[in-house]
Design a protein around this ligand. Structure first.
Ligand SMILES: [Zn+2]
Length: 159
């Protein structure tokens, strides 16, 4: 009987590896803000595992060879991983971007990794202005458009 118990406990420890939450301290405020906004919008995003880190993704790794701000990697049973591009090109480096830019990039990638959202290129009319329907556009939104319509975009993200 003791033998059987040992085998069973081995099986259990093999199948449930430790959960990983590992977030770069510089990116942590945006993760925390995402969780707060998620709750404020009635969606309790359940995050049991995530890795959020900086990585050098190069300067032309975007879909069209443009600069890629970040990426969400979901692979098999590995913890979902967000990599924020630490590469810099003339006129751009993450450190120099403002709070709105950082929020847009982080919320977009968390949209992929946590909310399972995919890209959409649809547009909508808000206050007589045609704007991207979602923060999940395949490109970075214009900061002024995002700031002026932030509540709309958060409601849409946490729909
Ligand atoms: Zn994306």
């Amino acid at each position: 009987m003791a033998y059987l118990l040992i085998i069973l406990s081995l099986l259990v420890s093999c199948s449930s590896r430790p959960r990983i939450i590992q977030i770069d301290p510089q990116l942590r405020p945006y993760y925390d803000r995402f969780v707060i906004e998620s709750r404020a919008h009635g969606k309790n995003a359940s995050i049991s595992e995530i890795i959020i880190e900086f990585a050098d993704l190069g300067t032309n790794s975007g879909l069209d060879g443009s600069f890629l701000n970040g990426v969400c990697i979901r692979q098999g049973s590995s913890a979902p991983t967000i990599e924020i591009n630490s590469a810099s090109i003339s006129g751009y480096s993450w450190q120099d971007t403002d709070d709105t830019h950082k929020e847009m990039v982080m919320f977009h990638e968390l949209g992929h990794c946590v909310l399972f959202r995919v890209h959409t290129t649809a547009e909508t009319n808000v206050n007589n202005q045609v704007i991207p329907v979602s923060l999940m556009a395949p490109f970075l939104l214009d900061e002024t458009i995002y700031s002026n319509n932030r509540e709309y975009y958060l409601s849409e993200l946490f729909l």
